[in-house]
Design a protein around this ligand. Structure first.
Ligand code: GDP
Ligand code: ZN
Length: 377
């Protein structure tokens, strides 16, 4: 059933010529014509993906520089190219189309632009996107409510205590990250709180933390133990963020803002969620990419939890727990829930230690959470 569930497939994004998208083949017309055109109904210029794809191939204007959109400020698109900042407009009639523009180009987009002078330019083409963060439930609609594009990796942040480690939540972030075509990196913060602490509660959390490291080392995802407080692990975090565009994600209170402060030197208020979302019909959500002094970019949004990626189905969750699904083929009952049934091969494997108790507990907790959310919907 995974095969016929389109939402599971990473979306294929196509290149988009910003003029052709709105003006069809008439883009060579004079400025006067453009003005006249802009008054007409633009819907007839809407292109199919097929045509756009062709357009993308045709667009041989690759003599133009390709820059990265850092932020969008009302009608100005801030593009970085070779360390320099260009304030850009979309070429042509799009100048006044604020709403459409927002959807057409988003933070993180790679755009071809024509430099007009030292610090201004005109965007002519938006490169195909590798990944996209879009407003919840809008993933299937290509142009709408894009928040960021081309994020390489999600820094899935957790803390060892206060709040304690929750493997099932981390797994949920991992699955959502992969669904969004991005790479997961696990960041475990506040390790300073485990040191020289004999509090029985803390000792228990320390044990969970050590089990967690063992179990997740097998996953192959990078894991960084860190402390925003003492600076331990920050070097490793910088290494992994270098030359990539990253977004921090994770439960509130785990220290995302503190880590962003340390990494960027920019003071995002600690203890508050960073969000510029305004409610209402004309929702304006603007994120920005912060260039990192050592190379790379970091986006200042609360991460994937606000976006459509967070809504998972059991079908999307199960492939991630392949060893559990595999063992489940040997259960006595074909519809075994692996919770209480007799002769459950999964429970037997957990007891034998061939399936990690952390993985099993996460599997059950994650499915319970989804079922609970589904009921509330
Ligand atoms: P966010 O909600 O994920 O952005 O978390 P914040 O960065 O606002 O941090 C939440 C609280 O945890 C703040 O009081 C921070 O000072 C504290 N904190 C963050 N990182 C660490 C750490 O490495 N060690 C300790 N002991 N506290 C931390
Ligand atoms: Zn079973």
């Amino acid at each position: 059933n995974k095969d016929n569930d389109n939402s599971y497939m990473p979306k294929q994004w196509v290149g988009c010529d910003v003029e052709a998208e709105y003006m069809g083949e008439e883009r060579k017309q004079s400025k006067e014509d453009r003005k006249r055109l802009s008054k007409r109904d633009r819907s007839k210029y809407k292109k199919t993906d097929q045509k756009m794809l062709k357009k993308a191939e045709d667009s041989s204007d690759d003599s133009l520089p390709t820059g990265r959109v850092l932020s969008i400020k009302s009608q100005e698109i801030i593009v970085e190219y070779e360390g320099k900042i260009y304030r850009c407009m979309l070429r042509g009639i799009l100048k006044k189309e604020r709403n459409n523009m927002k959807n057409l180009v988003t933070v993180g987009d790679m755009v071809r632009f024509e430099p007009l002078n030292e610090n201004e330019g005109a965007i002519t083409f938006v490169n195909p996107r590798k990944s996209v963060l879009s407003r919840a439930d809008n993933l299937s609609r290509r142009k709408e409510h894009l928040i960021a594009a081309n994020i390489d990796q999600v820094l899935i942040t957790a803390s060892v205590v206060n709040p304690p480690l929750k493997p099932f939540l981390i797994d949920r972030y991992i699955i959502a990250t992969q669904k969004g075509n991005m790479n997961p990196v696990l960041i475990v913060n506040k390790v300073d709180l485990l040191e020289n602490n004999e509090d029985p509660f803390v000792l228990e959390e320390k044990e969970l933390y050590e089990e967690f490291l063992k179990a997740y080392a097998k996953s192959g995802f990078p894991i960084i133990s860190i402390s925003a407080e003492t600076g331990e692990g920050l070097e490793a975090l910088r290494d992994i963020m270098k030359d990539k565009s990253s977004v921090f994600s994770g439960q509130s209170g785990v220290g995302k803002s503190s880590l962003i402060n340390k990494i960027t030197g920019i003071d995002l208020t600690v203890g508050e969620t960073v969000s510029h979302t305004k409610k209402g019909a004309h929702t304006t959500t603007s994120a920005q990419l912060i260039p990192l002094s050592f190379g790379g970019w970091c986006i200042d949004t609360p991460g994937i939890k606000s976006f459509g990626l967070w809504n998972l189905t059991p079908e999307e969750v199960e492939p991630y727990f392949d060893e559990i699904i595999e063992a489940g083929h040997h259960c006595k009952f074909p519809d075994c829930s692996h919770r209480h049934e007799k002769e459950c091969a999964v429970i037997a494997a957990v007891e034998e230690g061939t399936i990690s108790i952390i993985r099993y507990a996460s599997y059950i907790a994650l499915l319970d959470t989804l079922a609970e959310e589904h009921k509330r919907r």
